[in-house]
Structure formats: C-alpha cells, structure tokens
Ligand binder design. Sequence first.
Ligand SMILES: Cc1cc2nc3c(=O)[nH]c(=O)nc-3n(C[C@H](O)[C@H](O)[C@H](O)COP(=O)(O)OP(=O)(O)OC[C@H]3O[C@@H](n4cnc5c(N)ncnc54)[C@H](O)[C@@H]3O)c2cc1C
Length: 305
Amino acid sequence: MDQVNEVAIVGAGPAGIAAAIYLKRAELHPILLEKNEPGGLLRHAYLVENYPGFPGGITGIELVELFVEQLHAAGVSITKSGVKHVHHHDDTFLIETDQGRLVSSAIIIASGTTPRKLGIKVSASIEGTRLFYDPRSIPLRGNGVKKRILVIGGGDIAFDYTLTLLNWGHEVTIISRSEPTCLPLLQERVRNNGATIHTMSGPEEIVEHREDILLRCRRNNHVEELPADFILVACGRDSNTSFLSPTLKKCIDNTSDGSQPPLPGLYFAGDVIRGPYRQTGIAVGDGIHAAMIVEHYMRTRPVKP
Ligand SMILES: Cc1cc2nc3c(=O)[nH]c(=O)nc-3n(C[C@H](O)[C@H](O)[C@H](O)COP(=O)(O)OP(=O)(O)OC[C@H]3O[C@@H](n4cnc5c(N)ncnc54)[C@H](O)[C@@H]3O)c2cc1C
C-alpha cells in the first residue's frame, strides 16, 4: 500500500503556491507538484501593475521570486514532477507522475492553461523552430541580432508579449483578426515603443520561403504575405486538464468556483477554472479558497477504520 499524502497540489503557479502556503500554516502537509519552473504563466508577464502591494508595478519574474521566497519561508518545497494521470479510487486520488506514483486524500488542480493552436496550415518543421507560443522559448536572447517577429493575437497577452520582445530589441508586428481587445493602455505602449499593428487581418497559412517564413493573411479580400524570422501565437488559452481521468475531467464542468466540489476532496483553483478571467489576484484568491475548503474537508471527513 502506497503512503497516503494529505493533500497534493498540481501546479506551482500563483494558485498552487498560495494554496500550499495556506495549507502548510494549517499544519496539513501539501505535496506541491510542478513540471517546469515555479510561477507558471506569471513568469511571462512584462509588468504586473494590478496586483496590490506594488504601487510602481513589478515584473512577472520578480513577483514569482517573491512568491517562491515566501513559499520556502513557510517551509514548503516544490517537487519537480510532471503529473501524467490522476484518477479517483476508494476515497483517494491516484497520481501517476514522471517520477512515480503518489496517493493523496485530497487534491487541488491548479494546472493553469495551455495556448490554443492557430488552426491553420503550418508546415510541421517550423513548430518549435520558427513558431512559438511564449517569447522565452524563442531562441532570441544573447546574440544581439534584431529579429522580425510576428505576434498573432489581439488580447492582453499578445500585447504584453510584444512589450517583452520590443524590450529585447526586436522588430514586432502584431496581427489581429479584429480590432484588438486588449487594454487601451497596452495598445498605446506598444505603439509608442515602435510596434506595427495590422488589424482585420486573418492568418490563413504559414510557409517557409528561403531564409524567411511567410505568414499569409487575408485582409479586405486581398491576400498579403508577411515575412518574418519568428512567429509568436497568442490566440487564447484552454484549461490544462488532459491528465485527469474522464470522470474527474467532467467535474470541472460541474463546479463554478470550486466551493462546491462535485467530488469530495477534489478542488480546482486559478486559471484552469476561470475561463477568460485569468489574473494573478484571482488565482491567488482561488488557491487560498480551495485550501480553506480542503482544510475543512480534511478535519471533518469520516475516516475509515
Ligand atoms: C504575458 C502575460 C501577462 C500577464 N499579465 C498579468 C498582469 O499584469 N496581471 C495579472 O494579474 N495577471 C497577469 N497575467 C495572468 C497570470 O499570469 C495568470 O492569471 C496566473 O499565472 C494564473 O495562475 P495559475 O496558478 O492559475 O496558473 P499558471 O500560472 O498557468 O500555473 C500553472 C502551473 O501548473 C503547472 N502544470 C501544468 N500541468 C502540470 C502537470 N501535469 N504536472 C505538473 N505541473 C503542471 C505549470 O507548469 C504551471 O507552472 C499575465 C499572463 C501572461 C501570459
């Protein structure tokens, strides 16, 4: 019989970190599982200006460093482990990871989101070499050469990524199917920092052409070809729940905010459950909320003899 952990948390982004700090202080001993670096999506934020406590704003990376410092000060360590499958059996959660198997009485799913694919024809050879979904994956930094980058998307994330790329000294053109939906202040900053914005421009195909990649877009019934060194896609995000069993996956549809878990011991927190309302403050609040419900569940649940 495997040793049963009290609570497992999948994902050490803002939601998972906030949940872990709360649970540790409540003398439950969470195991916090993270497949990459801690901090999740927040690592990519150029400047966070709406998280209280930082009147002058703070970069995403700096805020993550503070979160991790606080996590360690609370006595929680992060277990570097990718969760491959979770299912529920006999009042416990069985968690298959790339490091082995774990069992827990309760679980908080704080696994965030994954970027939505473009849904157009793309030659397989450019995925991960010329076509990316976050700026830090692009092989850009360090060589001092200015690159031409097309950012596809019209929301806050596309514009925030653009600010990061401009700050690194690259030439950026934003391609948006409609008028941008991002905050007006981000549009203004992006324009003031020299990016070009193509609106009403629908991507149709990406092809390789000599040294370049070409993005074919339809704009006002004309096809235009935009050459680039790299393309960055920021066209929406979907909940990251691929590792949940079909039964557990269904639970996400049956819980609006995690306060009434459809299965005792199972909770969701942060972007994974928030649809379009993806913000650090919401994720942190969700993590604490889930942790408080877990605490109550662990103290009051009937324990089998
Ligand atoms: C460019 C950009 C700018 C932003 N700017 C702001 C801003 O200014 N203000 C603001 O409030 N918010 C901002 N955000 C949003 C904010 O970053 C997110 O709302 C927040 O990070 C969500 O936290 P989370 O913990 O729910 O999910 P995430 O941050 O996505 O963390 C999920 C974690 O789970 C891990 N994980 C996933 N699957 C597994 C698995 N199978 N096994 C183990 N680990 C797993 C991931 O690696 C990740 O670390 C921005 C986001 C981006 C991308």
